[in-house]
Design a protein around this ligand. Structure first.
Ligand code: GRF
Length: 216
């Protein structure tokens, strides 16, 4: 069966992108990485993708007359590579409403909190400041509302009394690297069904051990 062609958008180190590259290299994984697009020429993740033999492109948001012009350039690049699912992996740009509308149902993001708690930036510090005992990561469809699209999957981790922002971020990131390739697999297998704001994963409930990690 043909593999699902995904396009990954990054702005920085690209560790989630690297986790997806590793997953896609494994035999039997149902998706392949058609291209990686960055808005930052010096994003470390661009070099990682290039070294893995993946087509990369940098499209700077600077100097564009407005957000939609940038969004349309990114979209054209994705279309040129036959992308069927757009995967945001640390892409630090807010879209115009045009982009999530163009890619509706085919645009996902990973966010390092258990949404709808803690939106925006420095969400691990927000979780520490709020004193929550559990945090984690969320993969969700992207809609024009920031960090508010239908939730596909979450993985939870404990928040420890000794945590600072870096320690909690690292614990969450380890789960991100497990969860994102899993969700892309489900998408490629046609198992993700979205009805309004509710998402169902068909074909068996995900193993709870994958979605909760008690490791410190
Ligand atoms: C991750 O924490 C992700 O949840 C958030 O941005 C960060 C990107 O990290 N959206 P990386 O570039 O994938 O290492």
């Amino acid at each position: 069966m043909a593999k699902l062609r995904i396009g990954i958008l990054i702005s920085g180190r690209g560790s989630n992108m690297a986790a997806l590259i590793r997953a896609a290299e494994a035999a039997g994984y149902p998706a392949e990485i058609a291209c990686v697009v960055s808005n930052m020429a010096d994003a470390p993740g661009v070099a990682v993708a290039r070294d893995a033999g993946i087509a990369t492109a940098t499209i700077s948001h600077r100097g564009q007359p407005d957000r939609e012009t940038f969004d349309r350039l990114v979209s054209a690049e994705l279309e040129r590579h036959g992308v069927e699912l757009v995967v945001l992996a640390g892409f630090l740009r807010i879209f115009s409403p045009w982009f999530p509308t163009r890619w509706a149902g085919k645009l996902i993001n990973i966010h390092p909190s258990l949404l709808p708690a803690f939106k925006g930036l420095h969400v691990q510090q927000q979780a520490l400041d709020a004193g929550v005992r559990l945090s984690g990561c969320t993969v969700h469809f992207v809609t024009p509302d920031l960090d508010a699209g239908p939730i596909i999957a979450q993985a939870a981790v404990p928040v420890l009394a000794s945590d600072d922002e870096d320690a909690l971020s690292a614990r969450i990131l380890r789960q991100e690297h497990r969860l994102y390739p899993l969700v892309v697999r489900w998408f490629a297998e046609g198992r993700i069904v979205c009805a309004g704001s509710r998402v169902t994963v068909t074909g068996g409930t995900p193993d709870a051990a994958l979605l909760f990690s008690a490791e410190p």
